[in-house]
Design a protein around this ligand. Structure first.
Ligand code: HEM
Length: 359
């Protein structure tokens, strides 16, 4: 090999070496360079003083976990941006209040339909003779019908807030429902305290008629007359009416109390208190509506002559003897002729000769 060829071969080997080393350096560089980011973050963190994680994500993580921050706004929990109990509240509200409770209302309506189909209307055994006894005073009737009207307004508006999404949006559309829901909620919020006052007066006024007695026990044992077909003895209020009264006092009282807590968030209620109040309010209110169906049915279609006392103030002596015999014995000396007290409405105002049949 000439000297020239030997020099060429050396240069080629040298090029080869340079090329291989260059490839090695590029490959190593490609692997190591991205790690520089870590070094940068470490340096940046060290400079900024935040050495444990990203401060922004830490802050929002804490907000999400309900940790209280600092604010100039006054009030309980004002520093808590997100309260996690809201998720549990929403799930319980949708599952129990909106999901399970409607079945109680449906069961009440089905129960009424069954009783109606099996036993029919509870009719008067004797046709009204025209004699009546005083049952409810004017102020009591005004109180009862005012309370009943407000109850119905509250039931309709309250139920439309609970089921509006599912039931009313398909009918009214989202915009129509939003407008109605705003109106319904305002009405509900204003009517609630007036209704609460009516219920409180009602309880105070009628508690003396509803003290449980031995006769109530006998009344229940006879199934209120349904089971044995014979009317069990009863005083001014029978066992069933007393159950309705004490249900109003206890469960109704709970609905009213939780309603006041929700209506006036000015006593330092926390969000947890409001969530609990809202659940108890909705569940107890639906129970109340369910029982109300029974009360309204018994007072109207279910029992012949029952409505007279609450509309005219007087009940026919026949109704009084049949349904409240012990009470009739106490008031029979106040018995008068329907015409004497100017009655033109009600069962007793229409004597058999005017076409009222016993049934
Ligand atoms: C449209 C619905 C209603 C009808 C048709 C109705 C009917 C009646 C009738 C006829 C009576 C008299 C029963 C008797 O003389 O023995 C009565 C009593 C009574 N009603 Fe109603 N009512 C209605 C709504 C309500 C509501 C919403 C409440 C309560 C929130 C209520 C609470 C009472 C109470 C406490 C009594 C007396 C029972 C007792 O003291 O034990 N009613 N109702």
């Amino acid at each position: 090999m000439s000297d020239q060829d030997a020099a060429k071969a050396r240069r080629r080997r040298a090029h080869m070496k340079v090329m291989l080393w260059s490839l090695l350096v590029i490959a190593l560089g490609a692997m190591v360079a991205p790690l520089g980011g870590y070094v940068y973050v470490e340096v940046a963190q060290a400079q900024s003083g935040f050495e444990n994680g990203n401060p922004r994500s830490d802050t929002w993580g804490a907000v999400r976990e309900g940790v209280s921050g600092t604010t100039t706004v006054q009030g309980p929990e004002a520093g808590v941006l997100i309260q996690n109990g809201g998720q549990n509240w929403r799930q319980l509200r949708n599952a129990i209040a909106a999901g399970v409770m409607p079945w109680f209302m449906a069961a009440a309506l089905i129960g009424i339909a069954l009783v109606m189909a099996i036993f029919g209307r509870n009719r008067l055994d004797q046709p009204p003779s025209g004699k009546v006894v005083p049952r409810w005073k004017l102020w009591e009737r005004v109180l009862h019908w005012t309370t009943a009207t407000l109850f119905i307004v509250l039931a309709i508006t309250g139920l439309s807030l609970l089921f509006g999404r599912a039931v009313l949006i398909p009918v009214l559309g989202a915009g129509g429902f939003a407008a109605y829901a705003g109106f319904a909620m305002t009405l509900h919020n204003y009517v609630g305290p007036v209704f609460t006052a009516c219920v409180a007066i009602m309880i105070l006024a009628w508690v003396r008629h509803n003290i449980p007695s031995r006769a109530d026990w006998e009344w229940f044992k006879a199934g209120g007359g349904f089971l044995k077909g014979k009317h069990p003895p009863a005083g001014r209020m029978n066992g069933g009416e007393k159950v309705w009264f004490w249900f109003i006092a206890l469960v109704g009282g709970l609905v009213c109390a939780t309603g006041v807590v929700l209506d006036f968030p000015i006593w330092g209620q926390t969000r947890e208190t409001m969530q609990l109040a809202s659940l108890v309010h909705a569940i107890a209110a639906i129970l109340w509506v369910s029982l109300f169906f029974g009360h309204a049915w018994i007072g109207t279609l279910g029992t012949e002559g029952a409505i007279d006392g609450m509309t005219t103030g007087y009940s026919s002596s026949e109704w009084a003897k049949q349904h409240h015999d012990l009470w009739y014995e106490q008031v029979k000396d106040q018995e008068v002729d329907a015409s004497e007290v100017g009655l033109t409405a009600g069962k007793a105002a229409k004597t058999p000769s005017e076409g009222t049949s016993p049934g």
